[in-house]
Design a protein around this ligand. Structure first.
Ligand code: NAG
Ligand code: NAG
Length: 203
């Protein structure tokens, strides 16, 4: 469907308190009031089509890394013919100098490869690559986005094992995770493993 090109661009970046300005320096945490908890329902999630695969990831600071960021991410893959998949991202707290966010596969032999770009979004047809925000992005309070994707996006990140089977197999085994990269923690500052809400297969 042609709307999809722009569905990607329609990535709803609800960065209520986002500051994309490299010269801006956040005051140190001690000088800052804690961000208010976002109001209930501050972001609506798209409706999940019946029979979809739905998985959640709760992002927490990576062990040994200091971070005031956290968040939840829902991954939804509708059955064939029921539209694009989507990833609903809702980050809270605050983070400094965010450069990228992805879904990765746990596999140290392969270097924990990216399996889907989340933020920033690659344009359709662009080669797979770790593209960074420049300047990096700060948020304070809330940052939300909804990313739409389809099998073309999945295949782009894994040309040797294209198709849903491999991606879903990894999801089922708990090997997929969401990860936010920052300048201070380029390998990942907050992350969380995806767990299927129900079955990891289309019903
Ligand atoms: C996936 O979306 C892209 C961009 O919107 C589109 O060009 C492509 O044909 C779609 N692929 C499938 C398998 O629907
Ligand atoms: C990592 O990937 C390699 C190459 O595909 C595979 O042989 C290996 O079993 C994977 N490791 C795990 C833990 O899945």
């Amino acid at each position: 469907m042609a709307k999809l090109n722009f569905a990607l661009a329609a990535l709803a970046l609800v960065a209520l308190c986002a500051v994309a300005n490299a010269s801006y320096k956040m005051p140190p945490p001690s000088k800052r009031p804690p961000p208010k908890k976002p109001p209930m329902g501050w972001r609506m999630r798209p409706e999940v089509p019946a029979g979809s695969i739905s998985a959640w990831s709760y992002l927490m600071p990576v062990e040994g890394k200091e971070s005031y960021g956290k968040g939840s991410v829902q991954l939804v893959i509708p059955p064939a013919g029921m539209g694009d998949g989507w990833v609903w991202i809702s980050l809270e707290g605050w983070m400094h100098d965010v450069i990228m966010m992805h879904i990765h596969e746990h596999n140290t032999t392969l270097g924990n490869p990216i399996r889907l770009d989340l933020l920033p979004r690659l344009p359709p047809g662009a080669p797979a690559g770790a593209v960074k925000y420049y300047p990096p992005l700060d948020y304070y309070g809330q940052l939300g986005a909804t990313i739409y994707f389809n099998s073309t996006d999945i295949d782009r990140w894994n040309p040797t094992m294209p198709g849903w089977d491999y991606f879903l197999g990894q999801l089922k085994m708990g090997m997929l995770y969401a990860n936010v990269h920052t300048v201070a923690n380029p390998g990942g500052e907050i992350m969380g493993d995806f767990k299927c809400a129900d079955m990891c297969s289309w019903m």
